[in-house]
Each structure stands twice: as structure tokens, then as C-alpha cells.
Design a binder for this molecule. Structure first.
Ligand SMILES: *[C@@H]1O[C@H](CO)[C@@H](O)[C@H](O)[C@H]1NC(C)=O
Ligand SMILES: *[C@@H]1O[C@H](CO)[C@@H](O)[C@H](O)[C@H]1NC(C)=O
Ligand SMILES: *[C@@H]1O[C@H](CO)[C@@H](O)[C@H](O)[C@H]1NC(C)=O
Ligand SMILES: *[C@@H]1O[C@H](CO)[C@@H](O)[C@H](O)[C@H]1NC(C)=O
Ligand SMILES: *[C@@H]1O[C@H](CO)[C@@H](O)[C@H](O)[C@H]1NC(C)=O
Ligand SMILES: *[C@@H]1O[C@H](CO)[C@@H](O)[C@H](O)[C@H]1NC(C)=O
Ligand SMILES: *[C@@H]1O[C@H](CO)[C@@H](O)[C@H](O)[C@H]1NC(C)=O
Ligand SMILES: *[C@@H]1O[C@H](CO)[C@@H](O)[C@H](O)[C@H]1NC(C)=O
Ligand SMILES: *[C@@H]1O[C@H](CO)[C@@H](O)[C@H](O)[C@H]1NC(C)=O
Ligand SMILES: *[C@@H]1O[C@H](CO)[C@@H](O)[C@H](O)[C@H]1NC(C)=O
Ligand SMILES: [Cu+2]
Length: 791
């Protein structure tokens, strides 16, 4: 048995070196290659994951294309009296559909179905309708059901999931800035910028803006959110940039501040201009300063943006042996997980779960069980927020809530072998736009991977041979990963959910993609370093909030805190020490709903336990919260841009009582309501008891993004990563590794000098393919290579 017999050779010869293949190409090549068996052995690739039938209907599944179409049709039926206009023809003062998605299922209705003989709960859609045609224009959300549409289907206002006081209504000025809303502002911007085109051309290397569809335009504009504080005013703080694929990294030093409250564009006005860190309230003051020579730009954005491309840059030099195919994860023995692609149901090594998808939250997990016992009812991302720091108007006025941008619709095709290992299982996601449904192909991948470390091991005995015998046990580790990548504008958030053999599971988020950067001001380095000729990397926070509705065995759970405390104690057998310091655990239970931060020095252990279920040792069965990398919360807690609409991001952890009326930590148009939120997460904490109740844990992952030159061209996943692990804690009577056959048990008898070696029948598959011959001889060192390649 030789490691060199692995079946990577085909991938080496067929995949490496091909020029820019279309997406999915590598996968096809691999499958073709692996299905062509070599003469000398069998393929290691054993095809698709075995199928399994999900025990129940996936009641959390997205609504079908047909249901969406029928809901769309019902909403537009004059009898429904919503007075809707086709969105493509709509103006701000019309009523039109923003989007349709599945409504979150009430847990109260679902549990009797998945746990007993209860009826399958009815499915509902939710629809956000922009109602500009009303006396008080707003956005109103509706619930439509039961589905499929029938005579009993009703269209009702969807208010019960929001606690801001206005239910599903969002004032016009806080509404999502769609094409209709942004084009209403275009004439004013176009006129304003046209009138100063001589100034911008002189300052910004010919940069002019005559509107989005004018051939002379050489600038592009962008504005952040929020665009309102409480829905009673609308504004836009616009930044101009160079257009192109690297626009995010090519800002110029020019900002336009606009008042655009209400639906009537004739009332929109310019509040002022900002450049050179100075504010000019009107064109004449800007022009006067320009003509007096008071405005000048030291730095110039390069028009050529090829430096922002994530392509091969030979000017960085050559690395020895890097032209060889890199190591890969391959499921050598065949796929060890089962799927029901129809029901989006997965089983792996004792785990089972259903998956769902929403256009705002992306992928979600339901009814997560290990060895038949429920651990988590729901695990889902709730928000991906980012808040920027900076003195200039755009950075200061940037708080992103990516659910606002329908993060789920940005899960796109994954590149096999690069985003996910070769041979992964790929699933599509689909979402609805108007009366049709869009499929994003291969946007979710599932694969099992080698973690590269053993799960557990121990060696007894000594190599010196002074023990009569030695023994060594070592268990192979691996994990199933479900992954998706959401490219929301500039950022590529990579979400991985890993399911471990011992009953642990881990959530990881990584960020790559372009920084939202600022123009470079040498006196503003406190907001980030210079990272390109005229670009500053803007300091910012990413905070991503998850909901984990734990049901440890059942819904009666408690939140346990085991705090390490140092106490002075005396022990009678050490009379000479008197009182001396010891540390012990002070275990308590959170009594009421609370938000809190992780204890410093990780001195507290947190666990969700079922006080009423004990293991064989009489200990309460639970799951531990094991913080990982970069468990942070939002830095600024009292910013007007994120005051009350970002409450979910302000603590590391929060525990609430589960309610059907509190399915989400945030609402999708909350970003424009910092002072009068539609959903105020802090209101969840109303002193309800959480001892042996149905608990929800909300946790935050993220990064304080201390920007750096290495964020060019894009942020690297190595550093921009945050993780959290959940691990069984007295949930079992012992570690769940004893039942794994992928292990070695080695015994050595010093008397007889005999070694016995047990592989439990699990052998390395012999695919009988040879890897390229190694290059023998002494090759140059890195230093020698650098001397050769340096000019
Ligand atoms: C229907 O909407 C239009 C705008 O699209 C509006 O002018 C009209 O007044 C509305 N009709 C009713 C009955 O509300
Ligand atoms: C979910 O529960 C809430 C609160 O009881 C109720 O108002 C709502 O109608 C339920 N939703 C569905 C879809 O049944
Ligand atoms: C631009 O200039 C024209 C002509 O002077 C003027 O009518 C218009 O109001 C100006 N636009 C703005 C936004 O000031
Ligand atoms: C994904 O979508 C493509 C194109 O619509 C379809 O051919 C394929 O069967 C889908 N895959 C799965 C797993 O549903
Ligand atoms: C969907 O709506 C568009 C615009 O109203 C319409 O042109 C198209 O025919 C509709 N599609 C179907 C399948 O009805
Ligand atoms: C223990 O006693 C020592 C001596 O009095 C004191 O310095 C120390 O702070 C005490 N530690 C704690 C945890 O109270
Ligand atoms: C244990 O924790 C409780 C609750 O926080 C606290 O009242 C008590 O003082 C702690 N005990 C010790 C020894 O620190
Ligand atoms: C524990 O379980 C018993 C038996 O099922 C039940 O009667 C009791 O109410 C439970 N206690 C708690 C605190 O959940
Ligand atoms: C919370 O409830 C407890 C009893 O359940 C009560 O003693 C306490 O005063 C309440 N706190 C607040 C802030 O309402
Ligand atoms: C080692 O081998 C000797 C001789 O066969 C035997 O007596 C002894 O029991 C063995 N020791 C162990 C630990 O198996
Ligand atoms: Cu960042």
C-alpha cells in the first residue's frame, strides 16, 4: 500500500494548464477522467452520493416556481384590490411588488408534524409590496396562504414578526433603493454634475458625470445606506468613482450630498459638495474656491484597473515548484454521506438535517440531529452587517445590512476544485423575481474532507523498550462541509458549516473581495493605510449574526455558565500553606433573556443544557459554545447610523425565549431606520424566564477589518475569518469516537518483539495510478531563486 497510488494523476494531466475554462468545466473534466478507468486498477471516484429518502416533507423548503407564479397572479388580480402596477413600468407613486419569498414556518406548527402525527403545516408566502400609490406611501408586507393558491388562500398584512410598532409597514423614505427610486434622483444629479463638469474634469483627470447613459460620462456614482434615519427624511451621500470592475478601489475625492425626501422629485435638492475635506453648500461657493485655486488634488486614480483583477500577476515573481498541481481533497473511498436532493436532506455519520434557502438569508439548516437526537431546530444566518469609519461622507454614512440586498440571491456558481473540492456534490438555489424563477446553478456544495489531524490518539508504553508492551490507538478525523459563497456587491462571503464525527459542528465565515475604499488623505491614516496610488483602505467592522435555535433533546433547555473563579482556600493536609489560591467552577444558569459578551481570558464556559436529561453519570446533557476565531461585536454602539437597527450586532452572544413572533433578528429594510427600527432586537429582552424553556442562541461572528496593502487586489480568506464551534458537553457518556472503524490499533509485545496492527478492514483504495516522478537532486533555495528572478 503506497500513498503514491492515489488517483490524482488524471486530474493533474487533464485539469492543470487549461486556459480560462467556463464554470463547471473542471468538474466535467474530472468526472470524465475518473470515469475512464485505468488499465491497472479501479477508479477512486465512486460517483454521486447515495440517495436516501427524507423521513418527512421538508416543510421549510422555499416555495416552488409555480407557487410564486400563482401568488404573483393572485396579488395582481383586481379582486385582491392591491391596485398593482407591473414593476417594470412603475414609478415611485405606484404600487408594485418588490419581492416574494417563503414565509418562515411557525415552530409551534412544525413540531407536532416532525415529531408526531400532526398534520403537515400549511405553507405561506411573504411578499413585500411597495405602495407609493397610497396617501401615505410606504412598503407593506403581506402573508399569502395557505399554498398552493386555492379558494381558501388569503392575502393578509404581515405584521406579527415585527416589533417596531408599524408591523410590516416601512415608510417611503426608508424603503429599499430600487431602480425606480434611484432613477427619480438621476435628473438632479445629472444636472448638478453637468453644471460643474469643468471643475471635475480639471480636478479628476477628465472625470465628468453627465448622467448614467451619456457617452461623455467618465465617472460612476455610489451611495451607501442608511438613506434615512427614521423614515421621515430621505438623503443620499454620493461618492464618485472611476467606473469599471475595480470601481470599489477607485474612488475620487468628490461627494455630493442630496436631500431626496418624499416621492416628488421636484422637491429634491442639493445640500452641498465635499472635496479636499471641505464642504461647499452650493455651486457658487465650490466654483469660487476652485477659481481661487483653493482646490487641488495631489493623488490621481489610475484609469487602468487591471491591478484590481484577481488574475495571475507574473511581476510578483516565480515560486519554485508552484507550477505543479496543488494538493486536493478527494473522497477516495467514495461518498460517505447520503442525500435527498429533492427534500434537501443530508445524512452523514450520525448527523441528519434538512436545508432551506431564502433570498435574504441564504442557506439555512433545520432539524439538526445527531444519532437520532435533536440538537438544533434551526441554524440560520440573520444578518451580515458592515459599518465603516471615516471622516468623508460616504465612509461615515455606510452601514450595510446585506439581507437588504437579498444576500441569498447572490449565492452563485462555485468553481469546482477551487471554491469546493473536486467531486463535491453541488446543489442549485432558486429564487423568484416577479412572476419567474431564477436558478443559480451549483451554488451550494457538499463534501467530506480530511481535516489533516487525527480525531484522537494515545500511545502507551515507551520507545526505550522498558515496558513489557506498548499500544497506540489513533482515529482518523474528517468532516462534512456545506458551503456557499455570497458575492454581495464588493464582498465574497464564504459560509462553511462543518459537521464533525464526534457530534461537534462549526460555523465559519470568511470574507474576500474588494474593500469599499476611500480616496487617500495623508492626514486621515487613523481610518486606514494607503493601499494603492490614490486609495485608502477604509477601516470597518463586519458583524454577522446567526440564530441557533437549540433543542437539546427537546425544547426544555437552560443556558449554563461555568465561570472560573479564584478563591482562597486552606487544605488541612497542607497546613504550612495556610490559605492559598485555587480555581474552581461557579456554575449558574441564566435566569432571564440576556445579551452579553464572552468573558475575558475565555474564563467562562457556556453551554445549552437540558437540566432534565442526564447522561449515565447523572450529568446534565448539553452542548457547549466554543468560541473560535474573531468572535467580536460591533465596535461603535451609539452611532446614529446604526443606533437601534443593528442591536443584533452589539454583543457576542444573546439568549432569548423562542417565539413564533420573533423568527428573525433583523428585518430586511431596517438599515434605513436606525432611529425608528422596524425590528428592534433589543426588545426581545423583556425579562422572560429562560430556565428549562425553548431557547434561541444568537451569536455574532465577524472581523474588525484593519485594512492593509494585502487587501489589494482583494481581501484574503486566510485572515478575514471567524469561527464558532458547538460541541457535546456531557451529552454522551463518552467520546463518540469508539464506533469509528477508520482507525489504527497497534500493539507491541516487548517480550516477543511482535507488532500487531489492526486496520478494521478499512483499507486505502488502490487506484493504481502513478504520480509524476519526483525531481531528484539539489534544487535552489528561495534566496537563490529570488536573486535569479530579481531585475
Ligand atoms: C391606484 O394606484 C394609482 C397609482 O398607480 C393611483 O393613482 C390610484 O389612485 C390608485 N387607486 C386607488 C383606488 O387607490
Ligand atoms: C404564526 O404564529 C403567529 C403567532 O401566533 C400567528 O399570528 C401567525 O398567523 C402564524 N403564521 C402562520 C403562517 O401560521
Ligand atoms: C444647472 O444649470 C442650469 C443652467 O444654468 C440651471 O437651469 C440648473 O438649475 C442647474 N442645475 C442645478 C441642479 O443647479
Ligand atoms: C441545477 O440546475 C440545472 C439547470 O437548471 C439543472 O440541469 C440541474 O439538474 C439542477 N441540479 C440539481 C441538483 O437540481
Ligand atoms: C410575467 O409577467 C410579464 C410582465 O407582466 C409578462 O409579460 C409575462 O407574460 C408573464 N409571464 C407569464 C409566464 O405569465
Ligand atoms: C488570596 O489571599 C492573598 C493573601 O491575602 C491575596 O493577596 C489574594 O488577593 C487573595 N486572592 C483572592 C482571589 O482573593
Ligand atoms: C457565582 O456566581 C454567582 C452568580 O453570578 C455569584 O453571585 C457568586 O458570587 C459567584 N460565586 C463565586 C464564588 O464567585
Ligand atoms: C422534567 O421531566 C419530568 C418528566 O418528564 C417533568 O414532569 C418535569 O416537569 C420536567 N421538569 C423540567 C424542569 O423540565
Ligand atoms: C424580571 O423578573 C423578575 C422575576 O421574574 C423580577 O424579580 C425582576 O424585577 C424583573 N426585572 C425587570 C427588569 O423587569
Ligand atoms: C507478550 O507475549 C508473551 C509471549 O507470548 C505473552 O506471554 C504475553 O502475555 C504477551 N503480552 C501481552 C501484553 O500481550
Ligand atoms: Cu472588510
Amino acid at each position: 500500500m503506497h500513498l503514491r497510488s492515489l488517483c490524482l494523476a488524471y486530474t493533474v494531466s487533464l485539469v492543470a494548464g487549461t486556459a480560462l475554462p467556463p464554470l463547471g468545466y473542471e468538474r466535467k473534466v474530472l468526472l470524465d477522467a475518473l470515469s475512464k478507468r485505468g488499465d491497472t486498477g479501479e477508479s477512486c471516484y465512486s460517483g454521486d452520493a447515495p440517495l436516501v429518502k427524507a423521513p418527512k416533507t421538508n416543510v421549510w423548503a422555499p416555495i416552488s416556481a409555480q407557487d410564486n407564479f400563482d401568488v404573483w397572479t393572485l396579488l395582481h388580480d383586481p379582486a385582491t384590490a392591491l391596485n398593482l402596477t407591473n414593476p417594470d413600468d412603475a414609478s415611485q407613486t405606484d404600487n408594485y411588488v418588490f419581492w416574494i419569498d417563503a414565509l418562515h414556518m411557525n415552530k409551534t406548527d412544525v413540531l407536532p408534524y416532525i415529531d408526531g402525527d400532526g398534520p403537515e403545516p400549511p405553507k405561506y408566502a411573504r411578499a413585500i409590496i411597495f405602495e407609493g400609490g397610497k396617501a401615505e406611501p410606504d412598503s407593506q408586507e403581506y402573508m399569502i396562504g395557505p399554498l398552493p393558491v386555492s379558494e381558501s388562500t388569503t392575502v393578509q398584512k404581515l405584521d406579527y414578526i415585527y416589533n417596531g410598532g408599524k408591523g410590516g409597514s416601512v415608510p417611503f423614505d426608508a424603503r429599499y433603493v430600487d431602480g425606480v427610486k434611484s432613477s427619480a434622483l438621476t435628473p438632479l444629479i445629472t444636472s448638478t454634475m453637468s453644471n460643474i463638469s469643468d471643475i471635475t474634469a480639471a480636478l479628476f483627470d477628465g472625470g465628468v458625470y453627465f448622467g448614467p447613459s451619456d457617452d461623455r460620462t467618465t465617472l460612476t456614482m455610489t451611495s451607501g445606506t442608511p438613506v434615512s434615519f427614521d423614515g421621515s427624511q430621505g438623503f443620499r451621500n454620493i461618492l464618485f468613482r472611476l467606473p469599471g470592475s475595480g470601481s470599489y478601489l477607485s474612488p475620487i475625492d468628490f461627494y455630493l450630498l442630496v436631500d431626496c425626501s418624499g416621492t416628488d422629485p421636484s422637491h429634491y435638492s442639493i445640500k452641498g459638495y465635499v472635496t479636499n475635506s471641505k464642504f461647499y453648500p452650493d455651486e457658487s461657493s465650490l466654483r469660487a474656491a476652485f477659481e481661487a485655486g483653493e482646490i487641488a488634488e495631489t493623488y490621481v486614480q489610475p484609469r487602468d484597473q487591471s491591478w484590481t483583477d484577481v488574475d495571475y500577476k507574473p511581476e510578483l515573481g516565480v515560486r519554485a515548484l508552484e507550477d505543479m498541481f496543488a494538493p486536493q481533497t478527494i473522497e477516495l473511498g467514495g461518498k460517505r454521506y447520503k442525500v435527498d436532493p429533492e427534500a434537501q436532506y443530508v445524512e452523514y455519520m450520525g448527523w441528519s438535517f434538512y436545508m432551506s434557502f431564502s433570498r435574504t438569508l441564504g442557506i439555512m439548516f433545520y432539524d439538526i440531529k445527531f444519532k437520532g437526537e435533536r440538537i438544533v431546530y434551526e441554524l440560520s444566518l440573520q444578518e451580515a452587517m458592515a459599518q465603516y469609519a471615516g471622516t468623508q461622507p460616504k465612509a461615515s454614512n455606510t452601514v450595510y445590512h446585506d439581507t437588504y440586498y437579498s444576500l441569498g440571491t447572490d449565492l452563485a456558481t462555485l468553481v469546482e476544485g477551487y471554491d469546493c473540492p473536486f467531486g463535491s456534490t453541488f446543489w442549485n438555489v432558486s429564487y423568484h423575481e416577479q412572476n419567474h424563477t431564477t436558478v443559480n446553478q451549483d451554488a451550494i456544495c457538499i463534501f467530506e474532507q480530511d481535516t489533516g489531524v487525527p480525531l484522537s490518539r494515545h500511545r502507551y508504553g515507551s520507545s526505550a523498550g522498558d515496558y513489557p508492551f506498548s499500544k497506540l490507538g489513533v482515529v482518523k478525523d474528517s468532516q462534512l462541509v456545506v458551503r456557499a459563497i455570497a458575492t454581495v456587491g464588493n464582498y465574497d462571503y464564504l459560509f462553511s458549516y462543518a459537521w464533525f464525527l464526534d457530534g461537534s459542528f462549526e460555523v465559519t465565515v470568511r470574507a474576500s473581495g474588494f474593500l469599499q475604499s476611500s480616496f487617500y488623505y495623508p492626514d486621515q491614516k487613523k481610518f486606514g493605510p494607503r493601499i494603492a496610488p490614490a486609495t485608502q483602505g477604509s477601516l470597518h467592522d463586519h458583524i454577522l449574526t446567526w440564530k441557533a435555535d437549540f433543542d437539546v433533546i427537546d425544547t426544555a433547555n437552560s443556558f449554563e455558565i461555568s465561570d472560573l473563579v479564584v478563591v482562597n482556600q486552606s487544605q488541612p493536609w497542607f497546613p504550612e500553606l495556610g490559605e492559598f489560591e485555587q480555581f474552581e467552577m461557579n456554575t449558574t444558569y441564566l435566569e432571564t433573556e440576556e445579551r452579553f459578551n464572552l468573558a475575558p481570558n475565555a474564563k467562562a464556559m457556556y453551554a445549552i443544557v437540558n437540566q432534565n436529561k442526564t447522561n449515565v453519570w447523572g450529568e446534565k446533557r448539553g452542548y457547549r459554545v466554543v468560541p473560535g476565531k474573531s468572535n467580536i461585536h460591533l465596535t461603535v454602539l451609539n452611532s446614529p447610523w446604526s443606533l437601534k437597527n443593528s442591536e443584533m450586532a452589539k454583543y457576542h452572544l444573546a439568549v432569548t425565549r423562542q417565539h413564533d413572533t420573533e423568527p428573525f433578528g433583523n428585518s430586511v429594510q431596517n438599515v434605513n431606520l436606525p432611529l425608528a427600527p422596524q425590528q428592534d432586537f433589543s426588545k426581545f429582552f423583556d425579562n422572560e424566564s429562560i430556565v428549562q424553556e425553548d431557547l434561541v442562541l444568537w451569536f455574532n461572528l465577524g472581523m474588525h477589518h484593519f485594512t492593509r496593502a494585502e487587501d489589494i487586489p482583494v481581501t484574503l480568506y486566510t485572515e478575514a475569518v471567524s469561527t464558532i464551534l458547538f460541541a457535546p458537553h456531557n451529552f454522551f457518556d463518552r467520546a463518540q469516537d469508539g464506533d469509528l472503524l477508520n482507525r489504527r490499533w497497534i500493539e507491541y509485545n516487548a517480550t516477543t518483539d511482535e507488532i500487531t496492527f489492526d486496520a478494521y478492514g478499512v483499507e486505502l483504495p488502490n487506484c493504481a495510478m502513478s504520480l509524476p516522478e519526483p525531481v531528484y537532486g539539489i534544487s535552489p533555495t528561495v534566496e537563490e531563486e529570488l536573486q535569479v528572478s530579481s531585475p
